[in-house]
Structures are given as C-alpha cells and as structure tokens.
Design a protein around this ligand. Structure first.
Ligand code: NAD
Length: 485
C-alpha cells in the first residue's frame, strides 16, 4: 500500500473537523462508543493478513509475534473495554458530609474533547490503536498519527482509521514536519509514545494550550537474577523478553545484573535458550525480526564493542540483521550501558550481592533515570520483595518479563524519564476522562448558616459543624487500628 504524507495545509482542517464532530455531542452516547470500537475490532480482524504483511515488510516481524503482541492485543483490549464500559461510564455516588445534607454527591466521567495519539514504529498497530481504544471508550474525538519509520504499517493504519468511517476519528500521516504542524493545533489531551527527546518537544508544544500529556517513554529496564533464582527459567524468560521483536521493545530487559555464583551458569543457559528459540543460525529463522532501519542498525553495531561477546555478535548490514547477542565483562561506563539499547544485545553484569544490584539501579533512578520495567528473579519471595522495595520502576514482573503489560487490569506507564501517566483498561478510560464533581442540593431545606450577616451564633454552629468527626472517618480509623492489631 502507498504511504502518502498528509499535506501540511490539510492538518489544521483535519483537527478542526474532528473537533466539529465532537462539539455536536455525537461521540458521547455509549452506543456510539460501542459501535466505533466494534467497527475497529472488525477491521483489525478482517484486515489481519494485510496488517501482518505490512509488519513483515517493514522490519520482518514474524506473523506469530505480530498477531500476539499487536493485533491480538488490540482485539483483547477492545473486548475487555466493551465488557466493562457500561459500568465505567456510570456516575459514581460518593458520601456527602452530614452538614451538607440533604444533598448527594457524584463523580461523573466526561470526555475531555479531542485527543491526539502519536505512535512509534516498534509496535505500530498496538501503540496507535490501544490508546485510541481508550480515548474512544471515554467518548472523545481522536486524531491519530502513526510513525513514518514503519511506513507499510502506517499506510495500513491510516486506511483502517478512515474505514471506521466516523468524522470524529481521523488520522494524519507523516514525520517530523507533519507532527510539528499537528502539535501546533489545540488538543484536550495528547498521548505520545516514543523517545524522551521528542517527548520534551511534545510537552513544550502542549504547554502553549495547557494541554495535559501522557508520555509513554523508554529507558534501561534492568533484570536482576539472584543466586537463589531458577536459573534456567530466568534465562528462558529473559531471552524471550529480550529477543522478541529483536529487542525493539520499550519494556525489554535492557541489561542483567546477576549474582556472581550463578553468572556462568546463567550465561550458558542464555546461549542454550537462544539456540532453542532460533536455531544455530538465527538469520535463517522465520521467527526473528530485523532492525527497523540503517541508522538504528549502525547505532547498535557500535554497541557490540562493549565487553566480550559470549553469544552471537553476528551482523549483516544488507538485511539489517543482528544476531541475538549476549555480552559479558561489561562495565557501567561502557557505551552499551550509556543509553537504552533497543536492540538484540544483552549485557550481563556480575554483582557480588543483591544489595549491590539494588544500589546500581536505585542510584541511576536517583539521577532521574527511573526504568519503565524492572524484573526480579528469585525463588525466595523476600528477595524479590527487597528488590521491588529498593528500586522503583514504571511496572515490574517477578520471575517473568513483559507480561505485566498484557493484563488489562494493571495500569501501563512510566515514571521519571520513562514517562508520565498511564493507560490500559480502566486506567485508559480514566486518562481520557475528566472526572467531574457534581453535588446536588435539595431545596426542601435552606439553613442560613453560611449566609451573611455572619453572627457569632452562626460562627459557633459552622465551626462545630465543620470540625465534627464524620462517622465514616471514625469507622475508617477503627478499621486501621484493627488492621495494625
Ligand atoms: P519514532 O521515531 O517512531 O517516534 C515516535 C513518534 O514521534 C513518531 O510518530 C514520530 O513521527 C514522532 N516524532 C519524531 N520526531 C519528532 C519531532 N522532532 N517532533 C515531533 N514528533 C516527532 O519512535 P522512537 O522514538 O524511536 O521510539 C522508540 C522509543 O520509544 C524507545 O525509547 C522506546 O523505549 C519508546 N517506547 C515506549 C513505549 C511505551 O509504551 N512506554 C512503547 C514503545 C516505544
């Protein structure tokens, strides 16, 4: 399919058209939201072959991975949303203080307006459509912008968005110039997924219109392997999490800190796992992805100079192939530890103690570099708890990798340099909703306590009323006391 850039002059009118559709109120009814989501789901399913072909053409994404991590993910996300949406849209009744009675209080979720979704190239389908699902579920108009670096997928996605055939759901195609023009428009929320340099550009643009942003970024996500880990399982799950999509995954384990007594066993197990997954020559495997473009290929090739290659290290510039690679003897100052790797290169660093590993990660966090994901491997629960308590991250998985992102009941988002805000499931609905406070008062009574003239008697009554213990607070205090024992 042809990749056609949106003319710059068409971008402002496209956004204006989405806003005009929103202003009519057409996107608010539950029926509209359901129909749009069902239509999107049908299109993803009907166009499965086209989408999988596009992902294979862009960077050799295996069809199994493309379906599980992208198309299947989106279909599951839509099904989960459709099942829960009728409950999510309900106003939530909350307690009203006795002194405000007779009256009632509600939190009412409202659409914010026009949402802009800017997606990256590495999971082009999931990372464009999943935020759109949340924005539509919350009753918003959406302007979607796929990444120009996966052009075949981008062309398919723009065509899919157009086929939803709703004036409030539109797409813009292009790269830096088009996104710059897009960001000059006023939105009511922007969700950007990509690197932290561009995130700063997005946030600066949002400041002009006081637009809230959700930033889904990356960084160096560590895996920590204890001497008490099941080493074979740790190696298998880390190898899978790292080499899926050839390491071009925001939550891929970026590097491993392993306790010295199991270092050699772990490195050997990683090599064995790579052979099991992709055979002796992964270049021949139909299950292994290529690097997205030449600049990324050459950037990654340079990182192979850090430490010693324990496994892999083979490259082919013509096909942008880098074999699944394990590096050992890497030091914290090596280039491979200086930036997010975002490719199939896994440095393994030996540490003397778990505390040394925790200190390594938490000192980087203290410098602002809080990871998007953290993985801890031990058969000893107390050790995993120590790692989780000692080092923060956007999300975490114990004795596993990646899978925390696939549970729609968990929020997905970063912290510090790895991002701000979150989505998935109800959290996405909340991200794109304004939670409006509504207090309704009865007109049967209208005590004059708050109205001038402010007499001493009124002051006494108001002071008493406002400082009187709420029975619910007293109950809550009691419960906490019981919990503490
Ligand atoms: P990318 O190059 O595709 O860029 C992302 C988007 O930003 C694209 O739509 C692109 O057109 C736009 N863009 C690029 N330069 C711009 C500019 N100067 N002004 C305005 N817009 C611009 O993707 P990328 O940034 O290479 O993505 C990889 C990064 O994203 C990694 O750091 C990865 O960890 C992170 N990531 C995070 C998540 C997450 O969910 N947290 C998911 C995937 C990737």
């Amino acid at each position: 399919m042809d990749y056609t850039v949106t003319p710059l002059g068409e971008i402002a009118p496209t956004v204006a058209a989405a806003r005009a559709a929103f202003v009519t109120g057409s996107t608010r009814p539950l029926a509209w939201r359901r129909a749009a989501l069902e239509r999107m789901r049908d299109l993803v399913q009907d166009r499965e072959a086209r989408l999988l072909d596009a992902l294979a053409a862009d960077f050799g994404k295996p069809r199994f991975e493309a379906w599980t991590t992208e198309l299947g993910f989106v279909v599951n996300d839509i099904n989960h949303t459709l099942a829960h949406l009728p409950a999510w849209v309900q106003p939530e009744k909350v307690p009203t203080p006795v002194s405000f009675k007779p009256g009632a209080s509600y939190i009412v979720p409202e659409p914010v307006g026009v949402v802009c979704v800017i997606a990256p190239w590495n999971y082009p389908v999931q990372l464009l459509l999943a935020p759109m699902v949340a924005a539509i579920a919350a009753g918003n108009a959406v302007v979607a912008k796929p990444s120009e670096l996966a052009p075949q997928a981008a062309a398919e996605l723009v065509s899919l968005v157009q086929a939803i055939n709703e004036p409030a759901i539109v797409a813009v195609q292009g790269g830096v110039a088009e996104t710059t023009e897009l960001l000059a428009q006023r939105f009511d929320h922007i969700l950007y997924t990509g690197n932290s340099r561009v995130a700063r550009i997005v946030m600066r643009a949002a400041v002009e219109h006081l637009t809230p942003v959700t930033l889904e970024l990356g960084g160096k996500s560590p895996a920590i392997v204890s001497r008490n880990a099941n080493v074979d399982i740790a190696a298998r799950r880390i190898a899978w999490g790292k080499f899926v999509n050839a390491g071009q995954t925001c939550i891929a384990p970026d590097y491993v800190l392993v306790e010295r007594p199991v270092h050699d066993e772990f490195v050997a197990a990683l090599g064995a796992q790579i052979n099991d997954f992709y055979g002796a020559d992964p270049q021949q495997s139909a299950d292994y992805t290529r690097i997205v473009n030449s600049p990324h290929f050459h950037r990654l090739e340079k990182l192979l100079d850090s430490g010693t290659v324990a496994h892999g290290g083979i490259t082919d510039a013509d096909s942008r192939y880098i074999s699944p690679t394990v590096l050992t003897g890497v030091s914290a100052d090596d280039p491979v530890m200086g930036e997010e790797i975002f490719g199939p290169i896994l440095p393994v660093i030996a540490v003397d103690t778990l505390d040394e590993a925790i200190e390594f990660v938490s000192s980087r966090s203290a410098d602002g570099d809080k990871p998007l994901a953290l993985y801890t491997f031990s058969e000893n629960d107390a050790e995993n708890d120590r790692v989780l308590a000692g080092a923060t991250s956007g999300g975490a998985c114990v004795n596993g990798t990646l899978l925390h992102i696939a549970n729609p009941n968990l929020p997905f988002g970063g912290t510090g340099e790895s991002g701000m805000g979150a989505y998935h499931g109800k959290f996405g609905f909340d991200t794109f909703s304004h939670h409006r406070s509504v207090h309704t008062r009865s007109t049967r009574l209208d005590p004059a306590m708050l109205y001038p003239p402010y007499t001493a008697k009124k002051q006494k009554l108001v002071r008493k009323g406002m400082t009187m213990a709420d029975p619910r607070d007293t109950l809550s205090k009691l419960r906490n006391k019981l919990r503490r024992g």
